[in-house]
Design a protein around this ligand. Structure first.
Ligand code: NAD
Ligand code: UDP
Length: 342
C-alpha cells in the first residue's frame, strides 16, 4: 500500500511514517516543517519506500503516482503553536483538509482525519464519548484550532456523504512520547525538560485540571488500524487513565529524580477543566486499546529527552515562564499538597 501522510515530519506523523514503512508500505510525507522538524525523518529519508514532498498543504496536496490512503495530520497541535499561527491553523483545517480530501477522492483512496479531543472544548459531559457534541467557545483564543478541527470533521463527513469518499475520523486525546519538540510548550515536554534541567515546573492554574495521556506507539497503532478499515468514525483514541496536572508533575519529578519545585502561573483562557476519553467505540470497532502505562511511557520519554542535553538547554528559555501570557504568581507548593483527579 502507498500512503500519503500530511504532517509526516511532525511528532505523531514521523512515528506514523516509520510504522508504515516498518510493515512494508510506501510512504509519501507532505510537510512544510512549520511546527515539525526535518530531524524527525532524517533516518528514513534514504529509504527508497519513503518520499518527502516539502510544501504547505493549504496551498496544494499533490503527489506523483497512485496513493491508496491519505492520513491528514498536518496542523499545528500544541496550544502555543496554534496561538502563534491562528490563520495558518484555520487554513490547514479548512483548505488543507479539502486539498487532502481531494487527493484521496481522486485516487479513490481511504482518508483518515487526525481530529482532536479539542472538538469537545471545555466539556460539560465527563468522560467524553463520541456522541457528545462539545462545548467550544467559537471566539475564544483556542477556537482557531478547535473550530478548524470541527470544520475539518464536517468537511470530511460531507465528502463521505456527498462524494462517496471512504473517510474516517479519529479524535486524538493528549499524546506524548519521543520526538515531541522540547520547546513546544505542551505539558509533558515542558515538565520533562524542566525537571531534567532542575528548573521549576510551570503549573498553570491550580494544577487540578485533568488530562488523559496516551503513549505515541499506542496512538500510531490506532491510526494504522483506522487506515486499514472502512470505519467512518468519529472514534476517540486515547488512554482513559486521567491525571491532574499536579499528579503528572509528581510523576515526572519522581522519574527524573529531580528536586525541581513547582511554579504556579495563570491558567490559559478556556483551558479545559477535565478530559478523559470513552474508548468503547475504538475497542468495539477497531479492537484497539492502549497498552503502555503512564509510568512506562513517561520513562521512555524521559530517556529520550535526557539523551539530548543541548536541545533541552535551547528549549528552556522558550518555556521558562510559560508561553501563554501567563503571569508567575510566585506561589509555590510542596509536592505533598498535590490533589488527585476525582
Ligand atoms: P506536530 O506539530 O508535531 O506535527 C504537525 C506537522 O504538520 C508538523 O510537521 C508541521 O510542520 C506540519 N504542518 C502544519 N501545517 C502544515 C501545512 N499547512 N502544510 C504542511 N505541513 C504542515 O503535531 P503532532 O502532535 O504530531 O500532531 C499531529 C496531528 O495530530 C495534528 O493534526 C494534531 O491536531 C493532531 N492531534 C495531536 C494530538 C497530540 O496530543 N499530539 C492530540 C490531538 C490531535
Ligand atoms: N500546562 C501546564 N504547564 C505547562 C503546559 C501546560 O500546567 O507548562 C497545562 C495546561 O494548562 C493544560 C494541560 O497542562 O491544562 C495540558 O496542556 P497541553 O498544552 O499539553 O495540552 P492541551 O491543553 O491542548 O490539552
Amino acid at each position: 500500500m502507498r500512503v500519503a501522510v500530511t504532517g509526516g515530519g511532525g511528532f505523531l506523523g514521523s512515528h506514523l511514517c516509520e510504522a508504515l514503512l516498518r510493515r512494508g508500505d510506501e510512504v509519501v510525507c507532505l510537510d512544510d516543517f512549520s511546527t515539525g522538524d526535518p530531524a524527525n525523518i532524517a533516518h528514513i529519508l534514504e529509504n527508497p519506500a519513503f518520499e518527502l514532498v516539502r510544501g504547505d498543504v493549504s496551498r496544494s496536496a499533490e503527489v506523483s503516482g497512485h496513493v491508496d490512503a491519505v492520513a491528514h495530520l498536518a496542523s499545528p497541535a500544541s496550544p502555543p503553536d496554534y496561538l502563534a499561527r491562528p490563520l495558518e491553523t484555520l487554513a490547514v483545517g479548512s483548505r488543507g483538509t479539502e486539498n487532502a480530501l481531494r487527493l484521496a477522492a481522486r485516487h479513490d483512496a481511504r482518508f483518515v482525519l487526525a481530529s482532536t479531543s479539542e472538538v469537545y472544548g471545555d466539556p460539560e459531559v465527563h468522560p467524553q464519548s463520541e456522541t457528545y457534541w462539545g462545548h467550544v467557545n467559537p471566539v475564544g483564543p483556542r477556537s482557531v484550532y478547535d473550530e478548524a478541527k470541527r470544520f475539518a470533521e464536517a468537511l470530511t463527513q460531507a465528502y463521505r456523504t456527498n462524494q462517496g469518499t471512504n473517510t474516517g475520523i479519529v479524535r486524538i486525546f493528549n499524546t506524548y512520547g519521543p520526538r515531541m519538540r522540547p520547546n513546544d510548550g505542551r505539558v509533558v515536554s515542558s515538565f520533562v525538560v524542566q525537571a531534567l534541567a532542575g528548573e521549576p515546573l510551570t503549573v498553570y492554574g491550580d494544577g487540578k485540571q485533568t488530562r488523559s495521556f496516551c503513549y505515541v506507539d499506542d496512538l500510531v497503532r490506532g491510526i494504522i488500524t483506522m487506515i486499514d478499515q472502512d470505519e467512518p468514525g468519529p472514534v476517540n483514541l486515547g488512554n482513559p487513565v486521567e491525571l491532574t496536572v499536579l499528579q503528572l508533575a509528581e510523576l515526572v519529578i519522581g522519574l527524573t529524580e529531580s528536586s525541581a519545585e513547582l511554579q504556579f502561573h495563570s491558567l490559559p483562557v478556556d483551558d479545559p477543566t477535565r478530559r478523559r476519553p470513552v474508548i468503547d467505540r475504538a475497542s468495539e470497532r477497531l479492537g484497539w486499546s492502549p497498552e503502555v502505562g503512564i509510568e512506562d511511557g513517561l520513562r521512555r520519554t524521559v530517556e529520550w529527552f535526557a539523551s539530548r542535553p543541548d536541545d533541552i538547554a535551547d528549549a528552556l528559555s522558550a518555556i521558562r515562564g510559560g508561553q501563554h501570557d501567563g503571569v508567575v504568581t510566585a506561589r509555590r507548593r510542596p509536592l505533598a499538597s498535590m490533589s488527585a483527579a476525582s
